[in-house]
Design a protein around this ligand. Structure first.
Ligand SMILES: Nc1ncnc2c1ncn2[C@@H]1O[C@H](COP(=O)(O)OP(=O)(O)O)[C@@H](O)[C@H]1O
Ligand SMILES: [Mg+2]
Length: 68
């Protein structure tokens, strides 16, 4: 079975994350992770690379969208 046909393990749908100081860390993030996926998040410092997996792990809550 190819990775693309594997069941969805995690789905990030329309994720927005901003902090109390109004910093917008993520906006409109769409991401599907399936069994066997190996993904990386490239980008410059401050673009939300750390915030995204923190939402997946339940260490932070999104302001918009859902993690399922
Ligand atoms: N707890 C926090 N409070 C306020 N701003 C934060 C907090 N955590 C991250 N940020 C800000 O959110 C943005 C994304 O942060 P982060 O996900 O850590 O970026 P990266 O890992 O890509 O460098 C940055 O502007 C960062 O300063
Ligand atoms: Mg980081």
């Amino acid at each position: 079975m190819s990775a693309a046909a594997s069941p969805k393990l995690v789905r990030l749908d329309g994720i927005g994350k901003r902090f109390k100081n109004r910093t917008v860390a993520l906006a409109g993030l769409e991401l599907t992770l399936r069994r066997g996926d190996f993904r990386s998040i490239p980008g410059p410092s401050g673009c939300g690379k750390t915030t995204a997996p923190r939402l997946i792990a339940g260490l932070a809550e999104p302001n918009e969208g859902c993690v399922a």
